[in-house]
Design a protein around this ligand. Structure first.
Ligand code: F6P
Length: 553
């Protein structure tokens, strides 16, 4: 652990922020807006086609400097350089985290990892993907009955699912290729419902697994293969219909896949950062390779901004440090992602994995427990729907919940005045969270409605909205491959920055292992008839209960 990380909470920048928080505690954002007419332009940032209004935060003009002092204390600039240089920043797994390499657009760039330039293989893979997508789209590569492919079923879970699904859905207006379906869960209903929608002779299956060892993915891949063989397919044409993306070529070929149908992955790409690799094939098959390259270019533009912009004007750094501000100095426990764009409905799911799998950790890189809260709960959903569901709790509940509103200025579907109304909803929620409603305003409102003094006394406290709920407004001109690439890269780097401040390894995920290990033993016990012996009476009792139910079916 870098020396400057020791005793983070007693460091001068941390202490200065604690002091600053106490000074700001009694100041409302309303008052801050009233005192500073230039607050909006002052707290406005633009990069890579994205615009961030962060004026509705519990900050004054001094706060960013204090936050960035902490970032510098934690060696953020050096850590950014280390990531881009390809240092082994994933320390527990002794490897770099180089998703940024997947979107390098300079054809002459090189990036050395363990003495080898990794970029030629990245470019070759993109070219292979392009050739593959072209062959599928043109109908040159056909299915078993000589018909062109119409559907792609992508089988994968976690990072091998959430990112491709998000992007494929979000770029629906750009679809010019195959219909996409995604299967992730070990719940048989997931794959059954998808298989009901497709025909074996025109369906391409993509097995997406970095490890090619994930139980859910392999079980679903077996079901897909059996279904294909039962419905007109044969071993001789499996190669035409089944393709995999993996680092584990041996396991994929042992599964019966053709060597020529394997696209590579690399151990220096984390699963939740992998949509930019061949794991993005379902995206490319849906929107075409030019659009896929535009997605990479948008992410690259944001990467360059992240690498070169001063911290105070650095979009990911600013958003990350605001998150640190609330998480560690105002005791917020969650962070809401509120996209006001129907195409971004899966964004909260993707960011949940990205952030919570990266920073849901309780020991620092050196194995010592941290003495401060780390990654918050990430949640959210699409607006305006959420306004009629959980926004009540944000407005009047007892918790501090920083929110990110995300909205494009132009829509792909200009229907009536829908988009103006959507924008109005987004802005009014953002404003309501900031301003709230005072007791005087509530009383005045009730009086204007002609309520009696008794009713005013009775109802006014229920209508008070404390406000002062911090929120960012993140905008783009329109949701396109480029701006979406930049948006996702922004959150990736935001996550990285927070991991640096907390001293975590944001690129491992040991916590998910225990469930996987125990799962194997429990599955074995559910399937045999020996007395359950899992180690606790609850699990034993539930094993017996399931077996009993299964036997009486
Ligand atoms: O859930 C843990 C995890 O390892 C994720 O990090 C990963 O994205 C997912 O499983 C899928 O892994 P794989 O691509 O190896 O099947």
């Amino acid at each position: 652990m870098p020396e400057q990380r020791e005793n983070l909470t007693s460091s001068q920048p941390w202490q200065a922020l604690e002091h600053h928080q106490k000074n700001l505690q009694e100041t409302s954002m309303r008052a801050l807006f009233e005192a500073d007419p230039e607050r909006f332009p002052h707290f406005l940032l633009k990069a890579a086609g994205l615009t961030l209004d962060y004026s509705k935060n519990r900050i004054n003009r001094e706060t960013p400097d204090k936050l960035m002092a902490l970032a510098r204390h934690c060696a953020l600039p050096e850590r950014i350089e280390a990531m881009f240089r390809g240092d082994a920043i994933n320390r527990t797994e002794a490897r770099p985290a180089l998703h940024i390499a997947l979107r390098t657009t300079d054809p002459s760039a090189s990036l050395m990892v363990s003495g080898e330039d990794i970029l030629p293989e990245v470019r070759q893979t993109l070219d292979r993907m392009a050739a593959f997508v072209a062959d599928i789209h043109s109908g040159k590569r056909k299915g078993l009955s000589g018909q062109a492919f119409t559907d792609v079923v992508s089988i994968g879970i976690g990072g091998s699912y959430l990112g491709p699904k998000l992007v494929t859905e979000a770029l629906t207006p750009f679809h010019n290729g195959l219909r996409s379906h995604f299967v992730a869960n070990i719940d048989g209903s997931d794959i059954s419902e998808v298989l009901r929608q497709v025909k074996p002779e025109t369906t391409l299956f993509l097995i997406q697994s970095k490890s090619f060892g994930t139980q859910e993915t392999l079980a679903n891949a077996r079901v897909a293969r059996d279904w294909f063989l039962r419905n007109g397919g044969s071993e001789s044409v499996i190669a035409d219909h089944f393709v995999a993306v993996t680092t584990n070529r041996d396991a994929a070929t042992a599964f019966g896949l053709d060597e020529n149908n394997l696209f590579p992955m690399w151990d220096w790409v984390g699963g939740r950062y992998s949509l930019w690799s061949a794991i993005g094939l379902p995206i490319a098959l849906s929107i075409g390779m030019d659009n896929f390259r535009a997605l990479l270019a948008g992410a690259h533009e944001l990467d360059e901004h992240f690498r070169t912009a001063p911290l105070e004007q650095n979009l990911p750094a600013v958003m990350a440090m605001l998150g640190i501000w609330y998480n560690n100095f105002w005791h917020a426990e969650s962070h809401a992602i509120l996209p006001y764009d129907h195409y971004l409905a899966s964004l909260p799911d993707h960011l949940q994995q990205l952030d919570m799998e990266s920073n849901g950790k309780r020991v620092a890189e050196d194995g010592e427990p941290v003495n401060y809260p780390t990654g918050p709960i990430i949640w959210g959903g699409v607006g305006a729907n959420g306004q009629h569901a959980y926004h009540q709790l944000i407005h009047q509940g007892t918790r501090l919940i920083p929110c990110d509103f995300i909205i494009p200025l132009r829509t792909h579907n200009p229907v009536g005045n829908h988009h103006t109304a959507l924008f109005a909803n987004c802005l009014s929620q953002s404003q309501a969270m900031m301003r709230g409603k005072t007791l005087e305003e509530a009383r005045q409102e009730l009086s204007e409605e002609g309520k009696s003094p008794e009713d005013i006394d009775r109802l006014a406290p229920h209508k008070v909205i404390p406000g002062n709920q911090p929120n960012n407004l993140l905008m783009m001109d329109q949701l396109t491959p480029r701006t979406l690439g930049a948006l996702i890269a922004l959150y990736e780097h935001r996550t990285f920055v927070q991991g640096v401040i907390w001293g975590l390894d944001s690129f491992d995920q040991w916590g998910v292992e225990l469930g996987k290990q125990l799962g194997k033993g429990i599955l074995r016990q559910l399937e045999d008839d020996q007395p359950a012996n899992s180690g606790d009476s609850s699990t034993d009792g539930l094993i017996e209960l399931f077996r009993h139910t299964a036997q009486t079916d």
